[in-house]
Design a protein around this ligand. Structure first.
Ligand SMILES: Cc1ncc(COP(=O)(O)OP(=O)(O)O)c(N)n1
Ligand SMILES: Cc1ncsc1CCOP(=O)(O)O
Ligand SMILES: [Mg+2]
Length: 205
């Protein structure tokens, strides 16, 4: 599987997104067919330090067992201890050129929400882009305004061969529009973590 294919169904999750055991939710999502996972332990009620590492190790082990790509959100200190395949950062996180020199072999993902952000980013050193929020979301407190599927189409036009995922408010009902706009995959938090039937929702994405 190349990176484009591995980004097809990208679950992002931390314990703060779960009303049930995150390990069980991840197991169900893997059974439904996720191809990538991002450990995003962040925001109100998120675990810290040892507890964060402990949960990360459990989720990492599960991904390894099922050959699901494992990406860490923001926290470059966790990349080595979790033996992550890569890291995802945004515009206000660690600089991607710095990350590339620290992790020459890891997958690096970068969030882009506007043309101005694209212009000021070292796109050439990253492996994939996360574009959004495509739709409204209440999962991320400091999320920017929704940019619509038009933004996916624009990024695809600027970077025809760059692995690209949409993020923000994506559900089984609207995921097709994100893919049709030019994304290789969809990254989803609440539609999966809050689902009554997690594996069914992943199947439908
Ligand atoms: C795949 C993907 N795309 C975008 C984001 C958002 O990253 P960022 O803007 O750094 O916000 P936080 O997730 O750190 O709150 C993402 N995590 N994953
Ligand atoms: C992390 C992140 N970055 C932009 S929107 C968002 C939250 C996506 O969560 P949901 O899939 O529940 O809308
Ligand atoms: Mg970030």
């Amino acid at each position: 599987m190349n990176l484009q294919q591995r980004l097809r169904k990208y679950l992002i999750m931390g314990s703060q997104n779960c009303q049930r055991d995150p390990v069980v939710i991840l197991e169900e999502a893997i059974a439904g067919g996720i191809t990538a996972f991002q450990f995003r332990e962040k925001g109100p009620n998120a675990l810290e330090t040892e507890e964060k590492l402990e949960l990360g190790l459990k989720l990492r082990q599960l991904c390894r067992k099922h050959h699901v790509m494992f990406i860490v959100n923001d926290d470059s200190v966790l990349v080595e201890p979790l033996e992550a395949d890569g890291i995802h950062v945004g515009q206000n996180d660690v600089d991607v050129e710095q990350l590339r020199s620290t992790f020459p072999e890891k997958i690096i993902g970068l969030s882009v929400s506007s043309e101005a952000e694209v212009r000021k980013s070292a796109i050439d050193v990253v492996d994939y882009l996360g574009a959004g929020p495509v739709f409204g979301t209440s999962t991320k407190i400091d999320a920017k305004a929704p940019v619509g599927t038009e933004w996916i189409t624009k990024v695809r036009a600027m970077y025809p061969n760059m692995p690209l995922v949409g993020i923000g408010g994506i559900t089984a009902q609207n995921s097709r529009s994100v893919l049709e706009a030019g994304a290789d995959g969809v990254s989803v938090i609440s539609a999966v973590t809050q689902a009554d039937d997690v594996s069914r929702v992943v199947e439908r994405l």
